[in-house]
Ligand binder design. Sequence first.
Ligand SMILES: Nc1ncnc2c1ncn2[C@@H]1O[C@H](COP(=O)(O)OP(=O)(O)OP(=O)(O)O)[C@@H](O)[C@H]1O
Ligand SMILES: [Mg+2]
Length: 219
Amino acid sequence: MRNGLPIAANTPVLEVFQLGFGYGEVELFQNLGFTLYKGETRVVLGPSGSGKTTLLHLLAGLLALQSGDVHWQGQSIRGLSEEVLARRRLHFTGLIFQHHYLQAELTALENVLVPGYLANQVDKAWGLELLHRVGLLDRAHLLPKALSGGERQRIAVARALYNRPQLLLADEPTGSLDRRNAEKVWELMLCLAQDLGTAVIVATHDEHLVQGLAELRLG
Ligand SMILES: Nc1ncnc2c1ncn2[C@@H]1O[C@H](COP(=O)(O)OP(=O)(O)OP(=O)(O)O)[C@@H](O)[C@H]1O
Ligand SMILES: [Mg+2]
């Protein structure tokens, strides 16, 4: 539902139209366009400095658009106030960053529940179910400092999907992990997103994780 009207089932989750961005004189990309439907995954590839993080920030509405447009479920995010954007982002997107950014003073379970606290929809059973799905139910009451890097990223995956977002934006979610942990986190993230019908945009350096997924190359 949006503004009291149902959203048509075939409305794309995300549409990107002629998107261009630069910092000052330096143009990073121009005329990017693509469409993402429910449950689809797109991998953003490109060398360091090609603009992967910048693109994800634009798609999340965290950076003001320059040229082109971004639609979330058929509606432009251009010109929305910070307040409206923040509220929509909370329900529409889940975000995962290269470094986990878990709250150091909260337990694993409390970290997963953070989007619930923000949205006033705390469901401890769902938080525990997500911890179970990422294989960390037995770590629920530990603080992040007592978890390994891979475990922290699995908590970040669970947290990002807590609100059952339409779109998951993940910026090098496996960038700080060794190969075995990277593969595990990658698999879990894509499987869980698939189960929830969440579309995924994930930036990575790691070409071997990409196999068979649709790509978008920058730089
Ligand atoms: N706030 C900013 N002001 C000026 N230039 C910036 C700013 N943020 C990023 N840049 C520049 O824009 C380019 C793209 O940065 P971005 O972080 O999007 O690249 P990236 O593809 O994510 O790189 P990496 O793979 O290293 O994470 C870089 O050259 C960076 O120095
Ligand atoms: Mg980056």
